[in-house]
Design a protein around this ligand. Structure first.
Ligand SMILES: NC(=O)c1ccc[n+]([C@@H]2O[C@H](COP(=O)([O-])OP(=O)(O)OC[C@H]3O[C@@H](n4cnc5c(N)ncnc54)[C@H](OP(=O)(O)O)[C@@H]3O)[C@@H](O)[C@H]2O)c1
Length: 325
């Protein structure tokens, strides 16, 4: 038996139950991983509250990201062996001391990247990668707006967009977060709880507006985010930290400037093994180069998963949070 955090019925942070579970031997194509750290992500709260249905039903082990050591491999696994250092993004099962995982969802960790750093960056960093390099390919001189700039995805995306030569504008919920976002690549920071962020974007860009808006906040920033985008620019709605964007009339994209809008998820961008490996390697490279640093700003024992969720949903975290068994 190993320690894990399970959800037996969906709900608030109190449904995260720290208990022992048994992990069988790996089956065909699976590996067993001894987790050294698990990442905490907003998506974990969506599964916990039932906004995203669990693909394995109830109960389920929470968590979608982790890093650790392979301790057993199942039949048919040829490219990994016991002792390999790996990291992964995989739906559910990461808040546990040990877990099974399809081998083709794991990537080998470069020596320079530690387990805790890896658990803090796989989901958030690969998301930043596809958002900035594929959904809208950020280029030098682009005006880029990143909401929740001091968050997990936010701090990585700000650094990376800055590295690509963009003019990075970030929104944040407090002065402390503003300082942090500025230290991590944001050229301009807007306190969107106090300031009109559309007016500020107009002022900062001299009326040109943004080539792209990356919006993981959702309900609270929609539709104002559209007013920050230049004609033919791109609205990327990639999350719902404040609630989901409600149904809207698609004609709004025409009236706001023939805008493009997309609602992407890493699941699709990394569905093929070659895309997963390419995305992870691009992230490893940018981290190894020093251009993007991974701030592990909250570290909790696995048994304190409830607190980790309360802090994340209460807007009391910055950068990445991890759980350690
Ligand atoms: N589509 C994908 O592939 C993908 C992958 C990873 C993450 N995501 C999404 O990206 C977003 C960020 O994820 P993350 O794990 O890095 O979280 P995070 O940004 O560290 O935390 C969420 C942040 O959102 C802001 N926020 C604004 N309104 C909020 C509200 N009502 N309640 C809570 N937070 C609010 C807060 O920052 P301020 O205090 O500064 O406002 C908070 O710190 C989430 O929406 C997540 O679902 C999407």
């Amino acid at each position: 038996m190993v320690a894990a955090v399970r959800v037996h019925k969906t709900g608030g942070p109190e449904v995260l139950t720290y208990e022992d579970v048994s992990v069988p031997a790996p089956g065909q194509g699976q590996i067993k991983v001894k987790n050294h750290a698990s990442g905490v992500n907003f998506i974990d709260t969506y599964f916990r509250m039932g906004m995203y249905p669990s693909p394995v039903g109830l109960p389920f082990v929470s968590g979608n990201e982790g890093a650790g050591e392979v301790i057993a491999v199942g039949p048919g696994v040829t490219d990994l062996k016991a002792g390999d250092r790996v990291a992964y993004v995989a739906t559910l099962g990461a808040y546990a001391a040990e877990r099974l995982l399809p081998a083709d969802r794991a990537v080998k960790l470069p020596d320079k990247i530690g387990y805790e750093q890896a658990a803090a960056m796989m989901l958030k960093g690969m998301t930043a990668q596809y958002l900035l390099r594929r959904t809208f390919k950020v280029e030098k001189g682009n005006n880029v707006l990143i909401h929740a700039a001091a968050g997990g995805v936010g701090l990585i995306a700000c650094q990376w967009a800055n590295h690509l030569g963009a003019n990075v504008i970030g929104t944040v919920g407090s002065k402390e977060k503003a300082e942090l976002a500025k230290k991590n690549g944001a050229h301009h920071v807007i306190l969107y709880r106090d300031e009109d962020f559309v007016a500020k974007v107009k002022e900062i860009t001299g009326g040109k507006l943004c080539d792209v808006v990356y919006d993981g906040v959702g309900k609270a920033t929609f539709p104002a985010s559209l007013d920050c985008i230049r004609p033919l620019g791109m609205f990327v709605s990639f999350g719902s930290a404040s609630g989901q964007v409600e149904a809207f009339n698609i004609n709004i994209l025409q009236t706001k400037g023939s805008l493009f809008a997309t609602r992407p998820t890493l699941n699709h961008y990394a569905a093929k093994r070659e895309d997963l490996v390419r995305t992870a390697n691009d992230l490893f490279d940018v981290v190894a180069s020093g251009a993007v640093k991974i701030p592990v700003n909250q570290k909790y024992p696995l048994k304190d998963a409830q607190k980790a969720h309360r802090d994340l949903e209460g807007r009391n975290t910055t950068g990445s949070s991890i759980l350690v068994p």
